[in-house]
Design a protein around this ligand. Structure first.
Ligand code: BG6
Length: 486
């Protein structure tokens, strides 16, 4: 027993969080290029000019656009961590070599839409961007990896937000499919596993309020679900060997009390946050409880006959997901000091779990539990694309001890192994931020996830040199033993 032969081991990164070179190689700006870093207690902010031309800022969101009359703008006195990030754009050969040294058999990154079609369909293809990724994927394959590539990770070109007003406009569906087709055609020689939208469910409303923002997000989500299905159909037409997965943000949660209302709330959270998107992508139609959700938020997305056909014909081939921590749900009043942060979502503290500095509760048993839930529900191949822990670390003379990271992954891999032994159809595992990069939620470089240290901090100090943390050698051993030597 144990992990099957050919189980994929590797790491996961994303274009906007690692590449830097934000205005090089023909790339156009994306919304995180206008964002500054937060901290352990503060989310990151996006900066712009408001309707009166005044400097303004607010929290960044995974799908970002500005209100009518506002404009994205850079300010000289601010530091934007994504502009340089880990500078993978100029270091990718070195980084892929380090991944090879760890023995990766796969790796996951996303393609920056703004490098391929910087101004959308009307601006045409940026060949420099196309060639950049060709060399990244070719090199990864030469190094023995079977890459799994994500098309969208909250980074549509700002030019498209300006042209179309963002995902509320169905024109974005055609734009996305055009982008996807270019990627499938250009890279099919090297990449046969794809994922459409990273954590497509991250914008799902959860507070039950029929606010404008929640209604807007349900429309965005519908348009993205249709875009994902159409891209999947296109991939299968371009090459029948291409496998296209969905990618859903995992969230394991528990009821705080045995009050049936707490248990029901927990279940509804699972339905809303995970299943609304995953069911639609894996089964080809919205689940029955979507009616409750649409009623609750006072909106029903416009679903055309063509949308229905496309959702059905463009079902995902596998289910990709992320898992970091778990949460607790209650209908009872609780004090503010009983809450903590999580993966974008705040939650109630769990007294049985420890948390990292950002309050993300560490729960390896929840990971096994969650693997079973999705295995039972979808009966399809599963790929864990993201799992990891953010830590504050310092490297000295090329040495960085990270026992907490090793312990985190050891416990999660143990539980994952048990799940596989118990019948879960998992075919791969990529740890999040396998090399230090910019945090999505707080925009920090100082929130580190990597096995590889990158010398860069939140203020822009550092020479970007890479060094191997203790976890680098540990993960190498794990891969070499196919998950036995933990
Ligand atoms: C996942 C995202 O939800 O969480 C990643 O897909 C992100 O992009 C990761 O980086 C960790 O979150 P954070 O906020 O610590 O970067």
């Amino acid at each position: 027993m144990g992990f099957p032969k050919g189980f994929l081991w590797g790491g996961s990164i994303s274009a906007a969080q690692i590449e830097g070179a934000w205005d090089e190689g023909g790339k156009s700006p994306v919304s995180v290029d206008y964002c500054t870093a937060g901290s352990t207690t503060k989310r990151r902010e996006i900066w712009y000019l408001d309707q009166n031309g005044q400097r303004a800022h607010r929290y960044w969101e995974p799908v970002d656009e500005l209100d009518e009359g506002c404009r994205f703008k850079l300010f000289d006195d601010l530091h934007y961590t994504n502009h340089v990030a880990s500078d993978f754009y100029h270091h990718y050969k070195e980084d892929l070599k380090l991944f090879k040294e760890m023995g990766y058999t796969t790796f996951n990154t996303s393609i920056s839409w703004a490098r391929i079609l910087p101004y959308g369909m009307k601006g045409g293809v940026n060949q420099e961007g196309v060639e950049f990724y060709r060399d990244v994927f070719k090199t990864a394959v030469e190094y023995g990896m079977d890459p799994v590539i994500t098309l969208y990770k909250y980074d549509e070109p700002v030019s498209l937000l300006e042209q179309h007003g963002g995902w509320r406009n169905r024109a974005m569906i055609d734009e996305f499919v055009a982008f996807a087709k270019i990627c499938f055609k250009e890279y099919k020689e090297y990449v046969n596993k794809w994922m459409t939208f990273n954590e497509i469910n991250i914008i799902m409303p959860l507070d039950g309020q029929p606010s404008k923002k929640n209604q807007r997000n349900l429309i965005y989500l519908h348009n993205q679900l249709v875009a994902a299905a159409r891209a999947t159909i296109a991939a299968h037409e371009i090459d029948e060997h291409l496998k296209v997965g969905c990618m859903i943000c995992g969230n394991m949660s528990y009821p705080l009390t045995p009050d049936p209302l707490d248990a029901l709330k927990r279940y509804e959270k699972f339905q809303d946050f995970f299943c609304y998107s995953a069911d639609t992508q894996m089964r080809g139609y919205y689940p029955p409880f979507a009616k409750r959700i649409w009623k609750q938020y006072g909106i029903k997305p416009q679903i055309t006959e063509q949308d229905r056909k496309d959702l059905m014909n463009g079902k995902a081939d596998f289910i990709g997901f992320s898992y970091y921590s778990s949460g607790v749900v209650t209908t009872h009043e609780i004090d503010a000091n009983q809450t903590t942060e999580g993966n974008i979502l705040g939650t109630v503290k769990n007294p049985y779990l420890k948390a990292n500095a950002w309050g993300w509760q560490i729960d390896p048993i929840g990971f096994r539990h969650f693997l079973h839930i999705i295995n039972d529900r979808y009966n399809a191949p599963i790929f864990d694309v993201e799992n990891g822990i953010g830590l504050i670390e310092k490297e000295e003379n090329g040495i960085c001890h990270d026992p907490e990271r090793i312990a985190y992954h050891r416990e999660h891999i143990k539980q994952m192994r048990q799940a596989v032994d118990e019948g879960v159809n998992l075919f791969g595992y990529t740890t999040w931020g396998c090399i230090d990069l910019v945090s999505a939620g707080t925009g920090q470089m100082d929130k580190r996830y990597g096995f590889i240290y990158v010398d860069m901090d939140d203020e822009g100090h550092g020479d970007l040199h890479r060094s191997r943390k203790d976890s680098f050698y540990w993960y190498k051993k794990v891969i070499a033993s196919n998950g036995e030597d933990l």
